[in-house]
Design a protein around this ligand. Structure first.
Ligand code: BG6
Length: 487
């Protein structure tokens, strides 16, 4: 991919965790690959915690370099990457400092990208300050999640940012949309006629979408304790995945066609009835346990977490989509920290054969199933039954496997790299539109409200397990179980 789109990439929160782990390493990879970033493109880091460019580059060397290229850094590329970086020291609380920023970027060529890798409370003041020095023109703005805390606060941010930037200038990041395997879901569904006739209520019994993490809250206890798994993972990543799994085929891959179809799914989600919440939603919180044999502390003793916290670190939900394609099919969503494994996958359970002449009912679990593993080790596995060799008609579960790293040995791109290149090149398809975000908040809010009102504590689970038993019981009511419970 050759590009001549020149750009000035202004990075607010230039010494933050996200800049260190994700954004600067992604920009470096794009730079190192050659041809993806225009030679004239500049990165202007904005931060408070460095005195000048020299000190900032020292910080980049010390903190960012360890996060790039696991197999060793290409030193020549690293040096030329540093040459792209400028620095402006700004106290975000002081709008006058933005005059310096304007002067620093005024003569730089190309589109301006303002990446707000800061807390959401700073989004609106930064936008106002940018507008006050005329920097909102010929510009794109990137907003990191969490975008608000609920529908009201997210609307307040969107309204305020929307007064300064038009919707097509606003790039709301959900990094799951930048992941290669998530893109592949679109390819699987809309590039192959094979699955389409089966992808509906007549043939699908249930669908599971899991994003499980082994990690706890790491250094983000304070943030996480005010957020919880529903806001951190369900409102965005899980509902985005759900909408891609369930959407109708878009008429093209342009940004609005795909986003229109996702929005239709989000709007068709069956509202949660507060009286039924105990049957369709499980919230959990981990206590001390062990991850692969290593003891780990419980959530309430993590730094930054209140000792009496009732924040959930696990959520499982039963979701229904009220449209002709999916009416009556349960979608089970699940996410949690400190679970037994790190895995993100989608399990499509097809209906069994209508009459079991071959005695397949005992083997139901191992057949008629598609498992799309998003991470780690991206694979698509189709389970079916085959005759066991030898006498008699004995069936066994077998699977057809597609392991992507064996098929495509090169060219994998990190989510952030893809998304940043899309911003620079003005491609909006993989960013969340305001109406999608609102629909997602609208759907999760009754759950949040009910959990807050009921004051019931989350159900405990030991770190290193698959979450509270209630999550399994919820599926059992529908005659099914989570994938790992079958293995
Ligand atoms: C982030 C959440 O959006 O996604 C984190 O804030 C979570 O809490 C992370 O750990 C998971 O992303 P990934 O790409 O590691 O699955």
């Amino acid at each position: 991919m050759q590009t001549d789109s020149s750009f000035t990439f202004v990075l607010f929160g230039g010494t933050g965790d996200l800049s260190m782990r994700k954004i600067l390493p992604a920009l470096f990879e794009a730079h190192r690959a050659g041809g993806m970033l225009a030679d004239s493109g500049k990165i202007v880091a904005v931060a408070r915690h460095a005195a000048d460019r020299v000190e900032y580059l020292q910080w980049v060397n010390e903190h960012v370099k360890p996060h790039v290229s696991k197999n060793g850094v290409d030193e020549a590329a690293w040096t030329s990457f540093l040459a792209r970086i400028e620095f402006v020291k700004i106290d975000l609380g002081n709008p006058e400092d933005f005059v310096q920023l304007r002067d620093a970027v005024r003569d730089l060529p190309g589109i301006r990208v303002f990446y707000l890798a800061t807390g959401p409370s700073l989004f609106v003041p930064i936008c106002h300050a940018l507008a006050s020095v005329g920097l909102n023109e010929n510009a794109r703005i990137v907003l990191e999640k969490p975008l608000g805390y609920d529908l009201k606060s997210s609307n307040a941010i969107n309204d305020a940012v929307g007064e300064i930037f038009a919707e097509e200038q606003i790039y709301r990041i959900d990094h799951y949309l930048g992941k290669e395997p998530v893109q592949n879901l679109l390819a699987l569904r809309f590039g192959n006629a094979l699955f389409e006739p089966l992808w509906r209520r007549e043939w699908v019994e249930s669908i599971q979408i899991t994003i499980a993490e082994e990690l706890g809250v790491e250094a983000r206890g304070d943030f996480y304790d005010n957020t919880g798994a529903l806001r951190d993972m369900v409102q965005n990543h899980l509902l985005q995945l759900l909408s891609i799994v369930a959407m109708e085929p878009p008429h093209s891959m342009d940004s609005d066609s795909v986003r229109d179809e996702k929005l239709r799914v989000l709007r068709a989600l069956k509202p949660i009835d507060p009286n039924e919440i105990g049957k369709v939603a499980v919230r959990g919180q981990y206590h001390a346990g062990g991850i692969r044999g290593t003891p780990v502390p419980g959530y309430v003793t993590e730094p930054g977490v209140k000792p009496d916290s009732t924040t959930e670190t696990f959520v499982a939900l039963k979701v229904e989509i009220e449209n002709w394609r999916w009416a009556g099919v349960p979608f089970f969503l699940r996410t949690g920290k400190r679970l037994a494994d790190r895995v993100a996958e989608i399990v499509v359970n097809f209906r069994p054969v209508p009459h079991s002449a071959l005695g397949v009912s005992a083997l139901r679990a191992g057949a008629n199933r598609l498992v799309i593993r998003l991470q780690p080790n991206e694979t698509i596995r189709l389970y079916c039954l085959a005759k066991q060799p030898g006498e008699g008609m004995n069936l066994a579960s077998v699977h057809l496997d597609l392991a992507f790293d064996q098929f495509f040995r090169e060219g994998q791109m990190e989510a952030y790299q893809r998304l940043l290149l899309d911003v620079i090149n003005g491609r909006l398809a993989l960013f969340v539109r305001r109406d999608e975000q609102e629909a997602a908040w609208r759907w999760v809010e009754p759950i949040l409200n009910e959990w807050t009102a009921s004051r019931k504590p989350p159900k405990p689970y030991a770190a290193g397990t698959w979450g509270p038993a209630a999550a399994s019981a919820m599926l059992a009511q529908h005659g099914t179980c989570w994938l790992e419970e079958e293995n």
